[in-house]
Design a protein around this ligand. Sequence first.
Ligand SMILES: [Zn+2]
Length: 310
Amino acid sequence: MNKTMSESIKESIKEPIKEPMIDRKGFEPGAVGDRKAHDSEKLRYIDAHIHLEQYGEQERSLIFHDIAEGIPISMLLAVSMNLPSCQRTRELYRRYPHIVRPAYGFHPEQPLPSEDELAELLAWMEQTVHEAAAVGEIGLPYYMRTEVEQAGQAFYLQPYIDLLERFIAFAAKHNKPVVLHAVYEDADLVLDLLERYKIEHAHFHWFKGSEKTVERMIGLGYYISITPDISYEEEIRRLAARYPLELMMAETDGPWPFEGAYDGRMTHPLMVADVVRHIAGIKSVAVEEAAAQVYGNTCTFYRLQRQASG
Ligand SMILES: [Zn+2]
């Protein structure tokens, strides 16, 4: 290759974008937060949960282009869904080793793997465990279960609990943090498992749940992350008010799309700067203070090397 990656990314974005779903507005300064304002404040951000491999090639190129151009995003915690997804996440990690931190696992909101598929995935995870920042995304299928139950059918949760236990045991064996998809009453089942395996580092991404569950999670020192829906969801704003800032991270769960001001826009990691601004407002602290705390939390939790500001 006789040109730099940055040059080839620049060239690739000269091409008009063909996918009608992509909205260029999301990339203009100010559209996902004022880029200049962030630069002058020397704040840094980490997207603590993103499905990077699920973006289209052109969308992903734009994200890395923006990072190369100096938006204040230091790192991306890239989670995986299953073995092919893990392999794609790994490719991205190898291509962008200074930005991408990979997590490998099996997302619960999908049909169960066969025993052979699970064995293959766990063997692959053993081989790559040295590079994994965490085990994830793992958890319980709340949305799939409630949909099936609302249709009047029975849903057998136990096989999913058993599957989750395999991954929690794996994390305990390798002393890795876990990235959890576990909301409402499912979170209590997950907390039981985490306690049983003495897991100290658990990150409940996009968490929603009862006050009682929240108190239990805080007591165990577990982390949550807040998504851009903090700008329009009262439930999330209340959670952000209650949860200690010291246990909070910011994420996009991209490419998942958001509503409100983000309606119709591609989910971009820089949206976490908006998330932190909302957290600062709710906590009545300066944006700089919230940004430094959330950045530090993410580095501590995922054992990431802090980057100098600016
Ligand atoms: Zn996710």
